[in-house]
Design a protein around this ligand. Structure first.
Ligand SMILES: Nc1ncnc2c1ncn2[C@@H]1O[C@H](COP(=O)(O)OP(=O)(O)OP(=O)(O)O)[C@@H](O)[C@H]1O
Ligand SMILES: [Mg+2]
Length: 263
C-alpha cells in the first residue's frame, strides 16, 4: 500500500512522483518514507535544517545517488509515469532529462561555448556546427548570460564571475533540453546581486521546466517557489503551497523551523 503525498496541494501537471522513498548510506537511514509530487508549473522548494536529507532526496530524482557506493534507494520514483529506477532506464538519458545544478558552480575547464555545446553534441542534438551555434546562443540567452558573454564565447568558462559561472551551469543543463532542473543551494556561494539574477532566472524558467530548488534561505524559498517541502530528520514533515507553509504551517515542527527556533 503506497502512501499519498503528506498534504494535498492543488494539482497541476504532475511531472515526477516519489512514493515511500527510503535512502540508506550503509545501514544509516537518511530518508524515511518520503512521498511527494513535483509538478510542471510550480517551482518546488526543499527546506529544512542541515543534515536532514534535502540533498540526498534531491539526488534520488535523477539517480545521482547511484554514484555513491554506500547509498541504497527504496521506493518508487517516476518521471512522466515511468519508473526511473527500472533496469530499462538509461541513466545518462535520465540525467539529461532531469538536469542538476550544484551549490558550487562547476563549469568544465573549457570555453564558454564548449561548456554549452558538450551535452548537445554527445546527445546528438545538433546536426552540424551552425545548428550547435544556435543551441549555444539559445541556451545562453535562456540562462540570462548571452549579452555578457557573446563577445568572448571562446574564453574559459572558469574565468567568469561566480554568478556568471552558475548561470553558465544552468545554461549547460538547459542545452540538452531537460524536462526537470534540480538545483541544490544554487546561490549559496553567490553575492546578493548574483543571487537576485538567479532568482529572476528561475522565475523566467518556471513553466518551461519543472524546477526543484534546495535552499537554506527561507526568504528565497518564499520568493522563488510556489510549493514548499519541509524536511526534518529524513522525513518530509509538511508539503504545501509556499504561502501556506510560511504563514500557516500545520505541523509544529514546521512552525518551529520557520520561526527560527532551530536549524
Ligand atoms: N555520501 C554520503 N555517505 C554517507 N552519509 C551521507 C552521505 N551524504 C550524506 N550523508 C548523510 O545523510 C544525511 C543527510 O545528508 P544530506 O546531505 O542529504 O543533508 P542536507 O539536508 O542536504 O544538509 P545540508 O543542508 O547541510 O546540505 C546526513 O546525516 C549525512 O551525514
Ligand atoms: Mg545539502
Amino acid at each position: 500500500m503506497m502512501h499519498e503525498p503528506q498534504t494535498l496541494v492543488p494539482a497541476t501537471e504532475t511531472k515526477m512522483t516519489a512514493r515511500d522513498v527510503n535512502v540508506f548510506y550503509g545501514d544509516k537511514q537518511a530518508i524515511k518514507g518520503v512521498s511527494i509530487d513535483v509538478d510542471m508549473d510550480n517551482v518546488t522548494a526543499f527546506i529544512g535544517p542541515s543534515g536532514c536529507g534535502k540533498s540526498t532526496f534531491l539526488r534520488t530524482l535523477n539517480r545521482m545517488n547511484d554514484t555513491v557506493a554506500s547509498a541504497r534507494v527504496e521506493g518508487t520514483i517516476t518521471l512522466d509515469g515511468e519508473n526511473i529506477y527500472a533496469s530499462s532506464m538509461d541513466v545518462v538519458q535520465l540525467r539529461a532529462r532531469v538536469g542538476m545544478v550544484f551549490q558550487k558552480p562547476n563549469p568544465f575547464p573549457k570555453s564558454i561555448y564548449e561548456n554549452i555545446a558538450y551535452g548537445p553534441r554527445i546527445h546528438g542534438l545538433a546536426s552540424g556546427k551552425a545548428d550547435l551555434d544556435i543551441i549555444v546562443e539559445k541556451s545562453l540567452r535562456r540562462a540570462g548570460l548571452w549579452d555578457e558573454v557573446k563577445d568572448r564565447l571562446h574564453d574559459s568558462g572558469t574565468a567568469l564571475s561566480g554568478g556568471q559561472q552558475q548561470r553558465l551551469c544552468i545554461g549547460r543543463a538547459i542545452a540538452v533540453e531537460p524536462e526537470v532542473i534540480l538545483m541544490d543551494e544554487p546561490c549559496s556561494a553567490l553575492d546578493p546581486i548574483a543571487t537576485a539574477k538567479i532568482e529572476e532566472l528561475i522565475h523566467e524558467l518556471r513553466g518551461r521546466y519543472a524546477i526543484v530548488i534546495v535552499t537554506h534561505n527561507m526568504q528565497q524559498a518564499a520568493r522563488v517557489s510556489q510549493r514548499t517541502a519541509f524536511f526534518h530528520l529524513g522525513e518530509l514533515v509538511e508539503y504545501g503551497v509556499t504561502s501556506d507553509i510560511f504563514t500557516n504551517p500545520r505541523q509544529e515542527r514546521t512552525k518551529d523551523y520557520i520561526t527560527g527556533r532551530y536549524g
